[in-house]
Design a protein around this ligand. Structure first.
Ligand SMILES: [Mg+2]
Ligand SMILES: [Zn+2]
Length: 234
């Protein structure tokens, strides 16, 4: 029987939104612009049932740029939550960064601590939700996601959409690279002992140096070996 007390901290699965949960779209501003990748609901629900809090962390500079409003974003996120809930997935929290230094909206055109690659959203979520960042995962489709996750002390998975050049800095080197979000969730389930371990040596064709070639095939040993996001960087 699982007992909860004030000192029990849960791991999180931090999820980028655009390109990670949903198909890429140029500045989505309406609910129908957010099309979820098929098949991700089941593994997300499974990870949540295993104790992972599901936390969406998304840069939304379109607000600072005046492309859409906070109210429109709230509407999109309510719809996204409802669609996931209909598939059995409860999202624990959604954090967004509305800022951008080049923005036009007063007060939002700033250099902030929440816009990825800064780890501000994950750090705030950790305080709000009592999370154990060292046992958490951060999944995203660009290296700014990976850096944010690494700075927060999480394990990281890059979903390869073919946009990212090989990382030039250890903080931007993912623990794993996945061919798509389903593969990313399978890797996490495998490493966490919730399913068979899939291929973990995948890397983008353009990356000359192996990212995960040193990864142990044994999940438990891998967790012991990596201990962070930068040990597999070539
Ligand atoms: Mg993205
Ligand atoms: Zn921000």
């Amino acid at each position: 029987m699982q007992t909860m007390n004030a000192h029990t901290r849960a791991p999180a699965l931090f999820l980028d939104r655009d390109g990670t949960l949903t198909f890429p779209y140029h500045y989505p501003s309406r609910p129908e612009h957010l099309r979820l990748y098929p098949g991700i609901a089941a593994p997300l629900a499974e990870l949540r049932a295993a104790g992972f809090r599901l936390v969406v962390v998304t840069n939304q500079s379109g607000i600072a740029r005046g492309y859409f409003t906070e109210a429109q974003l709230d509407h999109m996120h309510a719809d996204l939550r409802a669609r996931l809930a209909a598939q059995g997935v409860e999202i624990d929290a959604i954090y967004h960064c509305p800022h951008h230094p080049d923005g036009v909206v007063a007060g939002l055109a700033i250099r902030c601590e929440c816009r990825k690659p800064q780890p501000g959203m994950a750090l705030r979520a950790a305080r709000d939700l009592n999370l154990d960042l060292a046992r958490s995962w951060f999944v995203g489709d660009i290296l700014d996601d990976i850096e944010a996750g690494a700075r927060a002390g999480c394990l990281t998975v890059l979903v390869d959409l073919g946009t990212e050049a090989a990382p030039q800095h250890a903080m931007r080197c993912p623990t794993f690279v996945a061919r798509d979000t389903l593969h990313a969730l399978a890797i996490i389930r495998g490493v966490e002992g919730l399913g068979p371990l899939p291929e973990v040596t995948y890397q983008p064709a353009s990356w000359r140096q192996s990212v995960a070639s040193h990864a142990a095939s044994d999940g438990a040993r891998l967790r012991a070996v990596t201990g962070g996001a930068h040990d597999n960087c070539g």
